[in-house]
Design a protein around this ligand. Sequence first.
Ligand SMILES: [Zn+2]
Length: 401
Amino acid sequence: MHKPLLRIPYTDILPSPTTIPSSATTLPGALAALHNFFRSPAPKGLPPSTVVLSGAGLSVASGLADYRGDKGTYRVNKTYRPIYYHEFLSSHEARKRYWARSFLGWSSLHNAKPNSGHHAVRDLGELGLVSSVVTQNVDSFHPRAHPDLPTLELHGYLRATVCTSCWNEYPRDTFQDELARLNPVWAAFLKEVVASGALATEDPDEKRAKGIRMNPDGDVELPEAPYTTFRYPACPHCLAHPPTLADGSRGLVEVDHEGAWSHSNTAGILKPAVVMFGESISHKVKQTAEEAVDNAGRMLVLATSLATYSAWRLAKRAKDRGMPIAIVNLRGVRGEDTFFANMDPQQTGAEGVRVEMSTENLLPTLVDELRRTQTPGTNALPGPAVSLKQSNGAVFKDMLS
Ligand SMILES: [Zn+2]
């Protein structure tokens, strides 16, 4: 079966958007439009709930870089090229480099927290207005900010590693301890960097000034670093029970006396539990994402340019189902005219909204506004949305466990 692979997205700057409705260029105008978006009845035959589709821009206020913003990875670092899945699988050297950078980047990501944008999504869930979230982000800020609102992490999550032979998952935290134990010089260096405050600051400029450049997928760039000395462990399960390979032979999984990977190994490679470029999204995740769209009557797109096809096609699916779409994103979104085609030019938000504002300020204000106008006793969605939450909850939980 042909499986579409995650590709490096379109990295050029997209054209500036047209604000919809035209009154939504000011904060009161944007709030009124989004208020209408949420409070108007869903189109005939569609459920009353809203699915959120979010991207990297939502985590910028948590100190992470996005891709296309003013300080985004594609603008600041023109030569940025993430690692490909096949490279990671086939090259011990590539894995050393990846894990060294990830080792330094982890503490920063680990200490970062969800921001007011994520908490506003939680509040929209509590108001009964949002029923589920599909995110492209791998930082797990959504499930941390709203554990009771189902979240599907479309591109996986950095909070775990996964074995590419037995598919067991392990917490990234304990993996970090293992990396520190196997690489004492790097661990000492990391301590120094932490002490310098370069990782503690949430200001990307300050981070950069202190010699650290962090990418959205949690790795850090250090020019001239001796990556080749870096050591990493093998999958503990495969080490104890070497797996059978595709050709029927027994895989080789060995470590040195301290527990570091042996270069002759043929199985037991641990990778971050994210979908790497050149890797395909699992059928189950794709299906669950489509269900999240199909079980909603509207889509709220937050802080993403939808440059990645796996996310863009979900918005297209929403449009094809006749769902009103609201997009809140600074700068352009890939092919966004498609999502606002055939709309009544006089509509005031019920059919679609396009706002060019940052989520961390707009969304909390929107929540206040929606709370103020909430009719008492209507904060729960009628039947279908509640059962969606229950039925999907198990699927989401299953995927996150
Ligand atoms: Zn394994």
